[in-house]
Design a protein around this ligand. Sequence first.
Ligand code: AMP
Ligand code: MG
Length: 351
Amino acid sequence: MIKTSIIYIDKENIDIDRLEKSAKILKNGGTVAFPTETVYGLGANALDEDAVKKIFQAKGRPSDNPLIVHIARYEDIHRLIKELPEKAEKLINAFWPGPLTLIFKKSSLVPKSVTGGLDTVAVRMPSHPIAKALIELSSVPIAAPSANISGKPSTTKETHVLKDLKGRVDAIICGGDVDVGVESTVVDITVDTPMILRPGGVTKEELEKVIGEVEVDPAVKNSGAGEFIPKSPGMKYTHYSPNADVILISGELDNMVRGIEELRLAKESEGYRVGIMATDETKDKYKGGAIISVGKRGSLETVAANLFKVLREFDEKGVDIILAETFEERNIGQAIMNRLMKAAGHNVVRV
Ligand code: AMP
Ligand code: MG
C-alpha cells in the first residue's frame, strides 16, 4: 500500500498552491490521478521510464497497452513527434484542447514503455482547467491512461477514483464530476486517410467536416469481434466491465423494453438480481429490477456522461446481471455503443 494524498480542488477556482504539490509529485517521478474533461486520468512524467512503470503497476495494465501523452501547450508537441502532417495541424486547430488524441511517429525522446513498444506516440491536449494547470505546473509531458483498475469501467467521479486507486498512487486530485464521460477519440494521422482507432468524445462526423474522409478501423466497426485485429492495442483487451454480467438488448424501442422485461423475469426466476440500464424516456415502463436511467435518448451526450458511473452504480447495488438498452451508432452514439459492446463482451440479444 502507498500513502495516497487526497487533494480537493475546485475547478472554478483553482488553488495553485495545492496544485503545486501534485505537480511536484509528478516532477519527482510519482503518480497523480486528476480529472480531465473526458474521464479521470492517472498521470506520471512521460519521459521518466520508472515513473511510467508505476502507472502500469497501479492499474494492473498490460505493458503492451500504450499510454496517451498529455500536453498543456501546443509547442510541447514538437519534441515528442517526428513530423506534423498537415491534416494533424488542421485537427489540432479545430479540436485542441479537447477530447481528440492523435497518433504520430514518435521522437527518440519518448520511451518505448510509454508507447507499448510501438514507433508511434499518442498525444492529446486536455481542456479541463485542472488538467491543464497541473500539466503546465509540472512542466513535463504527462502520460495518463484512464484512472481505473485495468478492465474496469473508467472513472468519471471522485468516489470511483478513490475506490480503485487509493493506496495505489501517490495522490488523487478530487475535482468533481467530468463532462464528456467517454474517453478521447483516437485518430491515426500517420496514414493517407486518417483512421479512427477508438471512437470517443469527438465524432467521425465532426472530424470529416475539418479534413474530409476519415476511415474507422474495421476492428472497431465490428466492435472487436471476429477476425479483425485492432490497430490500437488497448482495444483488444476486456474493458469497461463491471462485476455484474452485462447483456445488451437491441431492436426497436418498444421491442427493446418488452425484451428486457421478459429477460428480467426469466433471470429473476432463476434467482439472479437484475439491474436495468434504462433511459429517461423508458424508465417508467419497467415493472421490476434495479432500474437506473443512464440519460436521455433525445440527448446522447447525457448518456455518454453517465455511462461509466451507472455501470459502477449497478455494482454498488450488488446486481448479478445488467440488462442494458442500446443506442443508434451515430455521432457520440458510436463511442457509447463501442463501450457498451465491450462492457458486455459482445453479448447482444436482438429483439
Ligand atoms: P486509455 O488511456 O486507458 O484511455 O487508453 C489509451 C488508448 O489509446 C488505448 O486504447 C491505446 O491502445 C491507445 N493508444 C495509445 N497509444 C497508441 C499508439 N501509439 N497507437 C495506437 N493506439 C494507441
Ligand atoms: Mg482505459
